[in-house]
Structure formats: structure tokens, C-alpha cells
Design a protein around this ligand. Sequence first.
Ligand code: TRP
Length: 410
Amino acid sequence: MAEEPKNGDAVGSGVGGREAEEEQVVNPWEVTAKDGGKIDYDKLIEKFGCQRLEEPLVRRVERLTGRPAHVFLRRGVFFAHRDFNEILDVYERGEKFYLYTGRGPSSEALHFGHLVPFMFTKYLQDAFKVPLVIQLTDDEKCMWKNLTVEESKRLARENAKDIIACGFDITRTFIFSDFNYVGGAFYENMVKVAKCVTFNKVVGIFGFTNEDHIGKISFPPVQAVPSFPSSFPHLFSGKDNLRCLIPCAIDQDPYFRMTRDVAPRIGYQKPALIESSFFPALQGETGKMSASDPNSAIYVTDSSKDIKNKVNRYAFSGGQDSIENHRKYGANLEVDIPVKYLGFFLEDDAELDHIRKEYGAGRMLTGEVKKRLIEVLSELVERHQRARASVTDEMVDAFMAVRPLPHMFS
Ligand code: TRP
């Protein structure tokens, strides 16, 4: 039984699979544009059945929180949602909600694409003053990346340090790893969800095949149930109707389409979502960055020298091939990676406008734009590295302790 069409969740529409070879593929494990081109986000919204995040909603966030919207919201990095307006209704009535996001710990070092949802979640936590649960799916990566249990658990703790370095408020944040936390009420919810989802359904949503092991096939409930407050009795006991908002990249949508389909059938509220586009690779905007190519991304462990080299050597430029042509035709901003990256991380709207105008008209050269980007990224990375260096093992334990958060709503 799929949801009512008015809710827009296209469950089981077969988008996870490779139904037609030439179609773009976007699921939690694969992001491939059609014919090696760009991801068509309009098409994704239509296929997934989510809603576009329009300007009035951004204005409403500013009104309700009394602060300017985050750059990622202002500039459309978070571009789609499901029922985000209902979360704002709740908030406007003076009630609260909670945030849920996560990370699959598949690598030691995070790149900027990994940081995007966490930077945004930190803003949401500060702006709305709400509790946050962060799931580290060490079990997921153990199954998909062929890591040992021990290695996945180690990576989860290492990644937790980078996440904590984003500045989350310990009085409102619970970080957990699946290997450590799954059980009790959380597991009860997993079983309730699992009973509602047929094999056919997950094949339709995720594109699993008969050859996939049953670990993969049975995983989706693990990522689903943090959407339900009753999975966290130490936090939300007696608050079964508390709404949940999930900030994530849009490749995670299949999990939550499934979750939203099941929720009303087991008497729970559907989680709301706010979804981002993908952070482009240095080589150009054709999908997500590839963990297997270290030169396709800037890592938070990179030195200023690494950043300089990578930007200068690999960042795809929309500038013309000769200075003469560049002065004449200007840069193609649509494909220019330095400008795209500045759009994520240069907070000053006026400066960004100026760069776009001057570079687009050919009065500014690629080298100048790259130089500015190198400054911006280096500063960000240095700040992150300082913050991470001060995260101790005791702090990780403190964030991950199963404990009540008495001041999480104040
Ligand atoms: N599956 C996600 C990943 O591989 C991790 C994750 C778990 C997540 N729960 C989430 C991401 C909720 C966003 C929101 O990175």
C-alpha cells in the first residue's frame, strides 16, 4: 500500500534500480548522471516525489528563527524537502521537534561533501534550539564496503571526532553507532518496520538483486527507525508524537520514502526531510565525489599546500583557453568549479556576486578566482583541524553516552 499521491512519496516506483541503462541512477550507493552529464535535479524531484524548496519557505525560516538563512539554504544547496512546512508549523505553534542525521563511516578522512550536511545540521540546531541524534552506520559500511566489524567501529569513532568538530552542542546531541546502540526499543521499532516491507518493495526502492546478501536487504529498517522518537527512550520517553526533521543529501531519500510509507501503518508520525544536492567533484559536476580518487576532493586533513595544488591542478575551469578569448567571451560559470565551490563556502553575498559578474564578463581571470577559493578553503580546513585536534576521546564518549538531555529544548 503506497502513500496517498497528495503526499508525493513515490514508494516502489523502481527508481533505485537501473530500469533503463541511459537513465540517471541515484540511490544511497550510486550516483551516476545520464551520459556522464550533470545530475538532473528537477527530474529527481519528480521521480522521488519530493517538493522543491521554494523561496517563501526560506523567508519563513528567517522569520521564525530571527536570523539570516544559512548560505546552503539561501543559495539552494538544500533544494528539496518533504513536509518541511509542517515542521515550521509545529515550531510556529511553540512546539518542538528533533533532528536526525547520520554518516556511514567508510573512510578515515572526510571531504567537504561529507561536511555539508553536518554544517547545515549545526545551523539548524542553533537556529531552532532542538535536540539532534546522529547515527553512525558502522554496520552498513561493514556490509557494503567489506570492512571488518572492528575497522568499521574504529572509523565510526574517528568520524565522530570530525562531526563533533563541526561544533554540535553536547547538551542537545546524542551520537550513536549501530553496533553499540541497536537493541531494546530501537530494535523493537526495526522489527515493526521490517514486518511492513516486502522483498518486492525493497527491490523497487533500492534496486537490490537476488545476489545481494540478506544483510543488505535487511538493513533499511536500521536507518529508518531513528526517525521515530520511541527509538530513544532515554531522550524522548512519553513524547511519541514529537516530529522528526532529517537533513540529508538526496541520495538518502529512498530510505526515508520507505520510512514514511511505513510510519502511519505502525502508528507513528512521518519524518520530514530537507535534502541537498551533491557537492561536485573537483573535476566537474557529474555526480558525487569518489572516495577512491583522492584528487577528486578536498579533505579536511589536507594541508594548505595540498589545497593549493588540488585547486590549481584539478579544479575544472569554465575560463577560456587563452587570455584573449577569456577577455572576449568570459568564463562559463555553469561549469566552473571554483565558482561553484565559492557558492558553498564564501559567505559574503556581495563578494560572490562581484566575482560572478567580473569572471563571467572576462574581466577576472581563472587564476584570481582560484586564489580566492584557496584562501577560503584553507581557512575552513585550518579551523576544522584546530577544532578536531581539541576533541578528546572523553568527549567522544560523552557525546555517545546513552543519557537523558535535560536541557535539550531550552
Ligand atoms: N547511509 C548514510 C551514509 O552512508 C548514513 C546515514 C544514516 C544517514 N542515517 C542517516 C545520512 C540519516 C543522512 C540522514 O552516509
